[in-house]
Design a protein around this ligand. Structure first.
Ligand code: HEC
Length: 163
């Protein structure tokens, strides 16, 4: 065993600095953006009422595609006596705003992700990887508080219909 390696092991056994402390420090990596976490969201499912792009009156580009991750898909499938009161943790919704109903350019991407019961938000212009807004911007939360659990384009599952 090399002296260097045994020294590193000894350091660990003694509860001193971790092995590998002689290596250059890794740069502290920044938390990935929600968009990076989402990856290729265009492969995700869409809410039932939003299978197609739709013109909208919202500050999100004129023509909007909505994508939902598998947590939202599973939530939407739930049939509970009282309905579902809120979306589950790790729920993620991505909005892709375009300037035309067919084709067109991507003019905006907006992302919501629920963690610890709280939504985190991001918004991008169509071309940049740098969010224009991120975190819990008042502007997003304020308008979205009008939706069921802050979602504006689709609803929480209802209770089953009465027999
Ligand atoms: C003035 C109101 C308003 C503001 C401000 C606003 N939104 Fe929205 N947003 C909407 C509406 C309305 C929809 C639904 C559009 C549709 O039907 O496709 C929506 C949809 C979304 C969606 C798709 C999920 C959903 O709720 O339907 C995301 C993600 C989103 N917005 C993110 C954001 C972010 C991030 C911000 C802040 C930077 C923001 N929004 C600010 C009104 C707003």
């Amino acid at each position: 065993m090399s002296t260097r390696r045994s020294a590193a092991i000894a350091a660990v056994l003694l509860g001193a600095a971790p092995a590998g402390c002689e290596e250059p420090l890794q740069p502290v990596s920044e938390a990935p953006t929600l968009l990076a976490e989402a990856g290729d969201y265009t492969q995700w499912a869409r809410p039932k009422n939003r299978a197609e792009r739709q013109p909208v009156v919202a500050p999100h580009g004129g023509f909007v595609d909505i994508y939902i991750n598998d947590v939202v898909v599973a939530d939407q499938a739930m049939v509970l006596p009282e309905g579902l009161p809120a979306w589950s943790d790790e729920a993620m919704v991505v909005l892709a705003g375009h300037d035309a109903m067919e084709g067109g350019s991507l003019v905006q991407v907006a992302v919501m992700q629920k963690r610890g019961g709280v939504w985190a938000w991001e918004q991008y212009d169509g071309s940049s990887d740098e969010p224009r807004f991120s975190g819990r911007p008042d502007v997003c939360v304020g308008c979205h508080s009008a939706g069921e659990d802050f979602i504006r384009s689709f609803r929480l599952p209802d209770p089953p219909p009465e027999e």
